[in-house]
Write a protein that binds this ligand. Sequence first.
Ligand code: ZN
Length: 343
Amino acid sequence: MRALQLEDFGKLVVTELPEPDPGPGEVVLDVIATGICGSDIHGFTGENGRRVPGQVMGHESVGRVRSLGHGIDATLAPIGHLATFNPVIVSALGQRVFAGREQHDPGRTVIGVSTERTSAFAQRIVVPIENVVLLPEDIPVAYGALIEPLAVGLNAVRRVQLRPGESVLVVGGGPIGQSTVLAAVHEGAAQVYVSEPNLERRALCESIGAIALNPADGPLPEQIIQRHGVLLDIAVDAVGSSASLADCLGSTAFGGRVCLVGMGSRQISVDAYRVSTEERSVVGSFCYSFDVFRAAAEWVASGEEIFGCLISAEVSLDHAQDAFQRLATKADVPGKILVRLDH
Ligand SMILES: [Zn+2]
């Protein structure tokens, strides 16, 4: 099978790898398309130290069931069925101990991150049956590759306990910010604002239901007051820097709730009185439980056309290096690029 291997930082090559065999309880999927995540870009450049040369990355994916390992009830994964997978793998013991919050298992492994696994930038991938989520045939197939990033957004708005009718600010209008906008609208937010310096990204965020603000137009809390009259209930930081977190704290009312999901900086400085004297809550969000992932899959199974706005381009495996290079060096792609593995 053909696969996209990280030969060295900054260099991906298309290589030929042996066909995988499913072990007991495992499923092989024919991969159709896999999205390029910000974490893959940082892995490609070597910035985050979470990917290593020799690895085949990829964790936002859609495919079809190709073969089943020993002991799998064939009705759970019919051959040829459209499917996605939750990339967070948790042992049977972990699934019992961390039921409902499987991502908190310190023993978890993550497809696309784990350096020992050949992940989804390959024509075939092996996943445990528990991680397979079947999809209906009547949705645009590429939407299946959006379920993972949408699950990240859905988890963020659930971690910050968004209630219907509340107002939300998302700082950062890249793919995770976009997923968070859609998730906030889906969960009943009355207004969703996005702060994003890039014009194309602002336009994309407006097309999916947000009111876009340009941080260059003035301090964000002032822009919020001008547009909204009062400060907001909730803010989600999809950047993860001292400045973005300050915008989140300053744009929410006393008692507001802030979710940190962006991972831009390892160290962040905080105006502590925004948290203590004004009684805001700050929660973190990273991935998702099995339930949240399934909820994202059910949501995408509605096939709403709005999901299509998140996809900026689809490229073949042979053009993947160029796509990674472009995402790493230029800010001219507003949404996701998907790599097609099926042609
Ligand atoms: Zn991702």
